[in-house]
Design a protein around this ligand. Structure first.
Ligand code: CP
Ligand code: NVA
Length: 311
């Protein structure tokens, strides 16, 4: 394993070079191969990894726990409600205590500043399992899935759904890999300025084309990948669900709207998905859909991150 990853936090993909991300993905492919052969890969035997989830999760929680177990380490589910955090113990104290017991910490929470605060007070690596701003673990699995189905060529992604963590991480990845990513959304829904600044700068360097459009057809036209995500993410946007159902009506990947994509397009979705909103049952269940390969890849890519960063 490359020594330069050991001890590093994984808070956002903006902290990593293209070369480093490619290395993580290559390690993911190797670990996926070993897993398929049922070959042992216990690179973290005897280590302990904590998991704090302040929002619901199926994929991230279970894929991390499986990955930690396959690596020979022990996962600890640290339910925030039963920790002293719930009685107001500050993160800086919690983090310094956890640092003495654990070899790494995986956190899903609200603000990006919360994962940064844990990272500031812990020497051991902190891994972002989704914040409102970013979802780097999703971004890694998305690119691995694209490589597997579309190869390493430059592609066009037509994205529809909330401009939030998953979209931000895919924009970051698309800008790093020189992809075209067309994001369809109603007027008034825009990316976070910090993400947009990064994406604009990076695109100048790599030739990526990240475009915001109100026109779903423009986004899907000639796309190699159609990517859908919920209109109402967990956290902030959930509270305005009724407004969003109205604003986003029609922004849907379905049998009609995807006709303008390339004939062999793949359909991706981070899941959980809402049939009848951002996509139809026919699309997710149809022959273009690779959503369960994508979900599986969460485990292989997270395993690579754990193996690389945990000392
Ligand atoms: N895609 C994803 O992160 O799913 P979960 O919310 O189930 O973890
Ligand atoms: N954008 C969604 C993704 C869930 C994995 C959310 O934050 O709810």
């Amino acid at each position: 394993m490359r020594a330069d990853f050991k001890g590093r936090d994984f808070l956002t993909l903006m902290d990593f070079t293209r070369d480093e991300i490619e290395f993580v993905l290559k390690v993911s492919m190797e670990l996926k191969r070993l897993h398929a052969m049922r070959a042992p890969h216990e690179y973290l035997k005897g280590r302990t990894v904590g998991l704090i989830f302040e929002k619901p999760s199926t994929r991230t929680r279970v894929s991390f726990m499986a990955a930690i177990s396959h690596l020979g380490a022990t996962p600890f589910q640290l339910t925030p409600q039963v920790m002293q955090l719930s009685r107001g113990e500050p993160i800086k104290d919690t983090a310094r205590v956890l640092d003495r017991y654990l070899d790494g910490l995986v956190i899903r929470t609200f603000g990006q500043e919360i994962v940064e605060e844990y990272a500031r007070w812990m020497k051991k690596p902190v891994i972002n399992a989704l914040t409102d701003l970013t979802h780097p673990m999703q971004g890694l699995a998305d690119i691995l899935t694209i490589w597997e189905h579309k190869g390493r060529k430059s592609i066009k992604i037509g994205y529809v759904g909330d401009i939030w963590n998953v979209c931000h991480s895919l924009m970051i990845m698309s800008s790093i890999f020189g992809y075209k990513m067309y994001v369809a959304r109603p007027r008034g829904y825009d990316p976070d300025p910090k993400i947009w600044d990064f994406v604009e700068d990076k695109s100048k360097e790599t030739g990526a084309e990240i475009v915001l459009t109100e026109d779903l057809e423009e986004a899907f036209k000639n796309a190699d990948v159609i990517y859908a995500n919920t209109w109402h993410s967990m956290g902030g946007p959930e509270a305005e669900k009724d407004k969003r159902l109205k604003d986003w009506a029609g922004y849907q990947a379905n049998e009609e709207t995807t006709k303008v994509a390339k004939e062999d397009f793949i359909f991706m979705h981070c899941l959980p998905g809402y049939r009848g909103e951002e996509m139809t049952d026919g699309i997710i269940e149809g022959s273009h859909s690779v959503v369960f390969d994508q979900a599986e890849n969460r485990m292989h890519t997270e395993k690579a991150v754990l193996a690389l960063v945990i000392p």
